[in-house]
Write a protein of this length. Structure first.
Length: 254
């Protein structure tokens, strides 16, 4: 299994490197949003909370944005595209199982995500004086839960899509509302009407934003027990469904 997983990770990384423009877009989306909103909203200025700057509240939202962009807008259509090209049909005759293929895809997505997040944090620190107020352990746990809320969901969309065009459309239809309704795209939730706010607060991306913000700002993640449980159950549910609806070609399913 480990050999197959390594092969899948290398395959997906090579696929990304064949499309440097797509990788460039993936990595730069969140950092560019930081430059845009950071300039508009004076990210380097002190906030209303002593010891915190405006950029400190933007960073966790934009980390979630990077995860959403790479998951829904890039890797969702990749699975359907490889099914259309016949790659998955050829892969079916090898010992590689669907879960190994999806884990390799998730690892490749994580690599791209980490580059985007690293650039985001470096720019935030250099340009706006970004500061981290939490513990590394809490941040890593929140980041893991954020990945669990997005990646399996995006792979599920890829599994139920019959064509790469459908997968790309589903990625946009689901991904963009999640960006804006969660606050990850820079729209404050406080501006939402009460009805929309009630709906948006339990979207997977919104839960991810809450967890990332709590970890980044040094708040107690243990107080977000419902959000932690939601992330774990939602992610595991999407993983199970992704494996269930995974298809090697347009006719077969496993």
């Amino acid at each position: 299994m480990l050999r197959g997983l390594k092969a899948m990770i290398l395959h997906h990384v090579r696929v990304r490197l064949r499309e440097p423009i797509a990788v460039f877009f993936d990595i730069l989306w969140a950092p560019l949003m930081l430059l845009l909103f950071g300039t508009i909203f004076s990210a380097g200025a002190e906030s209303g909370m002593p010891g915190f700057r405006n950029v400190d509240f933007m960073a966790p939202d934009l980390i979630l944005l990077a995860i959403i962009v790479i998951g829904f807008l890039d890797f969702t259509p990749e699975v359907a595209s490889e099914r259309e090209s016949g790659f998955l049909r050829r892969l079916h005759v090898t010992p590689v199982r669907p879960m190994v293929y999806l884990l390799g895809l998730a690892a490749a997505a994580l690599i791209v995500t980490l580059f985007s997040v690293a650039l985001l944090l470096v720019l935030g620190k250099l340009l706006f004086g970004l500061r981290f107020h939490g513990s590394l352990g809490a941040l890593l746990w929140a980041f893991f839960l954020a990945l669990l809320l997005v990646y399996p969901f995006s792979f599920l969309l890829a599994g139920i899509s019959t064509t790469s065009s459908m997968a790309r459309a589903l990625g946009f239809v689901v991904g963009f509302p999640l960006m804006f309704l969660s606050g990850a795209a820079g729209v404050p939730l406080e501006l939402f009407p009460e009805g929309l706010l009630k709906v948006s607060q339990w979207l997977p991306a919104t839960v991810g934003v809450k967890l990332m913000a709590a970890a980044w700002l040094g708040q107690d993640l243990g107080a977000l027990r419902v959000e932690n449980l939601y992330a774990i159950l939602f992610g595991l549910g999407c993983i199970i469904l992704s494996a269930r609806f995974f298809r090697w070609d347009d006719q077969a399913s496993e």
